[in-house]
Ligand binder design. Structure first.
Ligand code: HEM
Length: 391
């Protein structure tokens, strides 16, 4: 009985302290409707990611936009209407990313996705030219080669079946292909993820992406110390991180040594749009040029490369997977797509498609954009509001 009273007393003290230190803005936004929550623990979220999305959609229908939910001790105001989101995204002050981005920070540090304020502006100014359409075109041969490997692997998978064809999950095949493409384009390094899916680096990335997404919605995993020291998942998470960081550091070291041996300097190697020299250069080369000029430190180069690795594989893989799903659900549209591709590429398929031919595929472009609208690969983005904003 005494133990129970002591427990109730301490729980009460913690709750009173929590209410007294409650930030003013939390008190203000608590007027918004939302699903019930338990003090300190927050709104009950389901354990699987798919169910989290379904619950958010259900709450959005029940409470309207914006609605309020609590994750652990922090508040999330969830808005789904463009006119409510626009003032935040168009403004220049509320650019600090949301709290859940800290789970990818373990891998990405303060790269372009996770940085804010001056640091973000500085990085953005330096990195925007590396996304120029013409530079992206130089990577087309890598995308074509890796896509050919994907098609071959899918063909073999279908051929290996005996009897009536059985459905199988194409997602792991597409994800590995996306990893091969992003690794070669951003680091200039072939990892052959499609032929060696069990390599520690590939496994590390796949595991990290899954665990980071899980942690964002499960408050009991939020303490790094407890998670990494007292759970098997946390120990594996730490191990994956070490493997991934070491891999990027080694690639940077090798690339720097190769540049030194070839006498590459930042002079004349600017990411100019017409320079022939940019051919066969990976994103990392542009970053190493910037490092030579003193714009980035070694750690910052590593953080940007890791950011591209993370941002560039899961998003594109998910987008392709959903497009395949949408085309499969609409065979009539698939047929029109086939007709468009056949009419542009013709019967001789010995060469890979060129950038101009891809640009001609207008119907394909519309269909991919529509499937991304219907099934967005990044269904939520999050901001920490630091300045009052009227939505
Ligand atoms: C279908 C493909 C993709 C989708 C749907 C997508 C979606 C997004 C979204 C929604 C954001 C904004 C996140 C936020 O503001 O909180 C973002 C940011 C970003 N993405 Fe992507 N992305 C895709 C492909 C890529 C690729 C291929 C790369 C790199 C090679 C990339 C690199 C980045 C970076 C660096 C940022 C941070 C930009 C900044 O904060 O200035 N993304 N992406």
């Amino acid at each position: 009985m005494i133990q129970l009273l002591l427990f109730a007393f301490f729980a009460g003290c913690i709750y009173v302290c929590y209410r007294l230190t409650y930030p003013k803005q939390w008190r203000e936004i608590s007027v918004f409707p939302g699903p019930p929550n338990i003090p300190l623990l927050g709104t009950a979220v389901p354990s699987s990611q798919l169910d989290v999305t379904k619950s958010v959609q259900k709450w959005n229908r029940t409470y309207g936009s914006p609605f309020l939910m609590k994750l652990g001790p922090s508040y999330l105001l969830v808005a789904s209407k463009a006119e409510q989101i626009e003032p935040i995204l168009k403004g220049t002050t509320n650019i600090t990313k949301g709290g859940s981005y800290r789970f990818v920070e373990h891998w990405l540090g303060k790269g372009l996705l996770t940085s804010t304020n001056e640091q973000w502006h500085h990085q953005r100014k330096l990195l925007t030219p590396t996304f120029h359409y013409k530079i992206l075109q130089d990577f087309l041969h890598i995308m074509n080669e890796q896509s050919a490997v994907l098609v071959e692997r899918l063909r073999e998978r279908v051929k290996s079946q005996t009897g009536k064809p059985q459905p199988f999950d194409v997602c792991p095949y597409i994800t590995l292909c996306a990893l091969d493409i992003i690794c070669e384009t951003s680091m200039g390094k072939r990892i052959n993820a499609q032929s060696s899916p069990t390599s520690p680096y590939v496994q590390g990335i796949l595991e990290f992406t899954e665990v980071a997404t899980y942690r964002a919605t499960h408050p009991w995993t939020w303490s790094d110390y407890i998670f990494e020291n007292f759970s098997a998942m946390g120990r594996r998470f730490r191990q994956s991180l070490n493997t991934m960081h070491q891999f990027t550091k080694d690639v940077i070291k090798d690339r720097e040594a190769a540049r030194e041996a070839n006498g590459a300097t930042s002079k004349g190697d600017e990411p100019t749009m017409d320079s022939e020299i940019r051919k066969k250069r990976a994103l990392m080369d542009f970053l190493l040029d910037m490092k030579q000029k003193g714009d980035f430190s070694s750690q910052e180069v590593r953080e940007q490369v890791d950011t591209f690795m993370f941002e560039g594989h899961d998003t594109t893989a998910t987008g392709i997977e959903w497009s395949c799903y949408a085309f499969g659900r609409h065979p009539d549209i698939q047929l029109r797509l086939q007709e468009e591709i056949d009419s542009i590429l013709g019967p001789d398929r010995s060469d890979f498609p060129t950038a101009d031919q891809l640009n001609e595929m207008k119907y394909l472009e519309c269909c991919i954009k529509e499937s991304q609208r219907m099934y967005p690969p990044v269904p939520y983005i999050e901001r920490t509001i630091v300045e009052p904003v009227d939505i």
